[in-house]
Design a binder for this molecule. Structure first.
Ligand code: NAD
Length: 484
C-alpha cells in the first residue's frame, strides 16, 4: 500500500499540520490502496498565505507571459511523461478501466498545451477606442485562486484550472477530491519538473472541510470549482461573503435527440460511449435519449445490444470498458435511482441489477430505462452512473421542449442524416456544448453549462478570461466640465 504523508505547499513537500489521513479504497478489490494526508484548516491557511505572499510580493505576475506559457507547456510534457504510472494509480483508486485511464493522458497534457497556445495570441495589453476616448486595457491576473475538483476527471479537471491560472499570472491552491488524490501528487511532481517558481502552486489533499476553508478564506480571490450542483450552490453562497469570483462547472442531464432520419449505423457507435463512458460517471454524458415514437423499439433494441457488448469487469484487464463505480456510496446512490425508476413506472430494458458472479467491487449492470417520461426523477436528476433513460417524442418541437425541460444545460447531441436540420434543432437547445451525430469535447474549446450546470467556461479564450481582471487606463483626462 502506498503512503503519502506530505502535502505540496508552495512548491515544497512538507508534513501536514493535520494528523488525519484519507484511506483510498480500490473500487474493484475493496482493499486499501493508499493513505494520504487529510488537510486541516491550518494547512489550507498555510497554503493560502504562501500563495497570497507570492502573488502580492514576487515577480511572478509581472513576468513576460511567454515565460509562464513555456512553464505551462513543460507541465504538459512532464505530466505526459508520468502518465503510465499515473494511469495505474487512477485505475487502482477510482476504478477507471486501464484502457480509458491511459487515454486520459494525452487529453490532460492537451489542456496545458491548448491553454499555452491560446495565451500566445491573447492580447494581455489591448488598445480600445471607447465612445469618446481611447484607452489601454490591461488584462491582469485575478489573484489567488482556490481550485476544488471532483474525482472523475483525474489531472484533466485540475489542469483546466491550473493552466489558465498560471498563464494569467495567478497563484493557486488546489484541493483535489478525497476519492482520487493520487494523480494530484503526479501533477505536483510535474510542476516541480517544469520549473514552477516557489510559492506559486500548492496542492493539498483533503475532504469537505478543507474545501470549505478554501472557499471562505479571505485571502482567496477566486474559486474555480468542478463538482455537483449541490456543492456548487453552497460554494456560491459562501463565496458571496467575500465577493470572490467564481467559476462553477457542475452536473448535467444532457439529451441526445435522435431525429427521424438518423442512421443507426452512425448513432449507435457514438451513443454507446456517449452514455456509458467512465462507467457513466462523467458530467457531459447523454443520459437522456430522445427518440421518435415511430422508431422507439428499433432504437432501444440497437442501443441495448450495443451497450451489452461492452466488456464489464476488472478495470486492470486490458479489454474492460465498464469498471466498478467509484465508491460503495456511489453504487448505493445508483441503485437507489434504479429502484426509484421502477417505482416511478419506468421499464428496465437492460440491466437493473449487479453483474452475476461479481461479489467483490462496486459494480452495477449498465441499465437502460424505457417508458420514461421527462417528469420522472430519473429523467430530471443526475444519477452519475451507467443508467440511461429513453424518452419517446412525437415531433421535433416536442423533442426540443423535452431537451430544454431540465434544470441542467451542459451538453447534448442531435443525430440526423440531414445536417442542416440537426443544426436547426441544436440551436434551439439551451446547453453549453452540443455535437452533431456524435459526442466529444476539445480542451481548446470553451466548455461549461447553461442553467444549473454552472457559471463560466473552461478552455479557450473564455477559459483564460475567467482568470483575468480588466483594468482600463486612460492616457488623457476627460475634458473638464465647464463651469462658465
Ligand atoms: P462533489 O461536489 O461532491 O465534490 C467535488 C469536490 O468538492 C470535492 O473535492 C469535495 O471535497 C468538494 N466539496 C464538496 N462540497 C463542498 C463545499 N460545500 N465546499 C467546498 N468544497 C466542497 O462532487 P463529486 O461527487 O466528487 O463529483 C461528481 C460531480 O461532479 C457530478 O455532479 C458531476 O456532474 C460533476 N462534474 C462536473 C464536471 C463539469 O465540468 N461540469 C466535470 C466532472 C464532474
Amino acid at each position: 500500500m502506498l503512503t503519502r504523508d506530505e502535502i505540496y505547499i508552495g512548491g515544497t513537500w512538507r508534513p501536514p499540520r493535520s494528523t488525519a489521513t484519507i484511506t483510498v479504497i480500490s473500487p474493484s478489490t475493496e482493499a486499501a490502496v493508499a493513505t494520504v494526508p487529510d488537510a486541516a484548516d491550518d494547512d489550507i491557511d498555510d497554503a493560502v498565505a504562501i500563495a497570497r505572499r507570492t502573488f502580492d510580493e514576487s515577480d511572478w505576475r509581472w513576468r513576460d507571459p511567454l515565460e509562464r506559457i513555456e512553464i505551462v507547456e513543460r507541465i504538459g510534457d512532464a505530466i505526459e511523461a508520468r502518465w503510465p504510472a499515473t494511469a495505474e494509480a487512477i485505475t487502482a483508486s477510482i476504478g477507471t478501466p486501464i484502457m480509458v485511464a491511459r487515454a486520459m493522458g494525452s487529453g490532460s497534457a492537451g489542456v496545458f498545451r491548448s491553454m499555452a497556445a491560446t495565451a500566445k495570441t491573447f492580447p494581455f495589453i489591448e488598445e480600445r477606442h471607447g465612445f469618446e476616448r481611447p484607452a489601454t486595457l490591461l488584462h491582469e491576473p485575478v489573484g489567488v485562486v482556490g481550485a476544488i475538483t471532483p474525482w472523475n476527471g483525474p489531472v484533466y479537471l485540475l489542469a483546466t484550472k491550473l493552466a489558465p491560472a498560471l498563464v494569467a499570472g495567478c497563484t493557486i491552491v488546489i484541493k483535489p477530491a478525497p476519492e482520487a488524490p493520487l494523480d494530484a501528487f503526479a501533477l505536483a511532481d510535474a510542476c516541480d519538473e517544469a520549473g514552477v517558481p516557489p510559492g506559486v502552486v500548492s496542492i493539498v489533499t483533503g475532504g469537505l472541510p478543507a474545501g470549505q476553508r478554501l472557499v471562505e478564506h479571505p485571502g482567496v480571490d477566486m474559486i474555480a470549482f468542478t463538482g455537483s450542483d449541490t456543492a456548487g450552490r453552497s460554494i456560491m453562497a459562501t463565496a458571496a461573503a467575500t465577493l470572490k469570483r467564481i467559476e462553477l462547472e457542475l452536473g448535467g442531464k444532457s439529451a441526445a435527440i435522435v431525429l427521424e432520419d438518423a442512421d443507426l449505423a452512425t448513432v449507435i457507435p457514438q451513443l454507446v460511449p456517449g452514455t456509458m463512458l467512465v462507467t457513466g460517471q462523467a458530467c457531459a454524458l447523454l443520459s437522456r435519449v430522445l427518440v421518435p415514437r415511430s422508431r422507439h423499439d428499433e432504437i432501444v433494441g440497437a442501443l441495448c445490444a450495443g451497450i451489452q457488448m461492452l466488456p464489464l469487469g476488472d478495470p486492470f484487464d486490458e479489454g474492460t470498458v465498464l469498471g466498478p463505480l467509484v465508491s460503495a456510496r456511489q453504487r448505493d446512490r445508483v441503485e437507489r435511482y434504479i429502484a426509484l425508476g421502477r417505482e416511478e413506472g419506468a421499464t428496465v430494458a437492460l440491466g437493473g441489477g449487479r453483474p452475476a458472479g461479481m461479489t467483490t467491487g462496486w459494480y452495477v449492470e449498465p441499465t437502460v430505462f424505457t417508458g420514461v417520461s421527462n417528469d420522472m426523477r430519473v429523467a430530471r436528476e443526475e444519477i452519475f452512473g451507467p443508467v440511461v433513460s429513453v424518452i419517446p417524442y412525437d415531433d421535433e418541437d416536442e423533442a426540443v421542449a423535452i431537451a430544454n425541460d431540465s434544470p441542467f444545460g451542459l451538453a447534448g447531441a442531435v443525430f440526423a442524416e440531414d445536417r442542416e436540420r440537426a443544426f436547426d434543432v441544436l440551436r434551439r437547445i439551451r446547453t453549453g456544448v452540443c455535437t452533431i451525430n456524435g459526442f466529444g469535447l476539445d480542451p481548446g474549446i470553451p466548455f461549461g453549462g447553461f442553467k444549473g450546470s454552472g457559471i463560466g467556461r473552461e478552455g479557450g479564450v473564455e477559459g483564460l478570461r475567467a482568470y483575468l481582471e480588466t483594468k482600463a487606463v486612460f492616457d488623457t483626462p476627460a475634458a473638464p466640465i465647464s463651469t462658465a
